[in-house]
Design a protein around this ligand. Sequence first.
Ligand SMILES: Cc1cc2nc3c(=O)[nH]c(=O)nc-3n(C[C@H](O)[C@H](O)[C@H](O)COP(=O)(O)O)c2cc1C
Length: 427
Amino acid sequence: MSDFAALVRRQLAADLRALPARVRGAGGTQQRLGPLRTIADVRGAARRALPRAVFDFVDGAANDELAMRRNRAAFEELALHPRFLVDVSSVDTRTSVLGSAVPSPLLGAPTGLSGLVHPGGEAALARAVQRDGSLYVLSGMASYSIEEVAEAASGLRWFQLYVWKDRGFVRDLLRRAADAGYRALVVTVDAPRSGARERDVRNGFSLPPRITLRSLLDGALHPRWSAGFVRHSRFVLANTPPRLEPGDGGQDPLALVEYFASQFDASVTWTDLSWLREQWPGPLVVKGLMRGDDALSAVEAGADAIWVSNHGGRQLDDAPSALSALPAVADAVGTRAEVYFDSGIRRGSDVIKALALGARACFVGRPLLYGLAVAGEEGAHHAFRLLRRELELTLALTGCASVADLPSASLLSPGSGGRASSPAEAS
Ligand SMILES: Cc1cc2nc3c(=O)[nH]c(=O)nc-3n(C[C@H](O)[C@H](O)[C@H](O)COP(=O)(O)O)c2cc1C
C-alpha cells in the first residue's frame, strides 16, 4: 500500500472511532465551543445565538460607532517589535492589582444587564473569570444583586458604581458591597448620561423587552435563548434605586432604561468624588478617564487607580481611541496610582500593546458577553481562556519572559497608534 493510502486509511479509522463520542456530544457545550478559536469566532456564534435586539445591545456602540472602530484601528496600526534569543521556555503572566495577586493582566469588566444575554448573567460571568483566579468587576446595572454574585462567586470581586441622585441609596450600596467582600470601588465617570445607542433605538430595545410580532418571531428563530428567557428571565436591575411602578404612585410608564437614566446624577464633580472617597473604606478606582489632567485630579481626590476607557465606544462617539489616550494618562500619573485599560481588546497581543504603553492590567467587556451568549459560564470561560493563551504565545514570540518586562515602549514598532519608538531607540 502506498504511503498516501495508508495515511487515508489511518485517518478514516480514527474518525470512525471518534464518531460515537461526537454523535453523543452533538449540540453539547464542548461541541459548540470547540470550533470557536478566536474572539471573532465567538462573536459570530453569539450573533447566531441571540435575537437581533439583544446581540445589538451587546455589540453596538454610540451613534456612528466611530469610537468603537477607532479602538480596533489603534491596535491594528501598532506593531510589536520582537526581541530574540531570550529564554521564553516559560512565560510568567502573573501580576497584581491593588495588592491582590492575579494570574494574568486580563480581567473582567463590568457589564450591565448581562442576564438578558443568558439567564446565568453576572453570576456566570464572575465564576467564569474567577475560575482561573482572576478579578471580576460587578456592574451597578447588573441583573444580579451584590449579594447574589458574592454568594455565587466567592473569588476576587470589585464593585462598579454609577452615582445616583439619591445619595442615601449610594451610601447603602457601598455598605452592602463592603459587607459582601468587594475589595475595591470602581466609579464610572464617563456616563453622566447614557450614550446614543442608535442600534437599540432602531430595534425598539426596551426593558422589560416589549413582546411584539417581530420579537416573537426573532425568539422563535433563537430557541435556546428563548427557552432560557422564558424559564429564568433576568431582565431586572438588581442594584438600582427602587422604581415606583405605575399604579404604585409613579404614573409614568417609562421604559426601565429611561427611568434609570433619569436617576443618573449628571451634576457629579470632583467634590462628589472626594465625598465617595470618604464613604468607601477600601481602594478607589476611577473608570472612564481619557486625559492626563483628569487623571491627576482623580489622584488628588484620592483615587488609587485610573482606568483608561471610552466605554467600548458606547458613550462619546467622537472620543479618540482609548489606546491613544493611554500614554498621556500613564505619564501624568507615574507611580502615584495604578493605570488600567479597556476598550477594543480582542486579541492577547492587544493586552501586550496596552501594557507596553503603560497599563498595569486590561479589562474585557464584550468578549466575555459573546462567550456567555454561546454557552453561559463555559462560553465566557472559553473566550477568556482564548485571550489568555494568545497573550502567553505573543509574549513568547515577542521575547518577553514576563509581563513584568512591560511597560516597554521599545517593543512597539514605529508608526501610528501611540508613543512608539523606533528600533534605533530601543533599549
Ligand atoms: C453590554 C455592555 C454593558 C456595559 N455596562 C457597563 C456598566 O454597567 N458599567 C460600566 O462601567 N461599564 C459598562 N460597560 C463598559 C465596559 O465596562 C467596558 O468599558 C467596555 O465593554 C470595554 O470595551 P470592550 O467591550 O471593547 O472590551 C458595558 C459594556 C457593554 C458592552
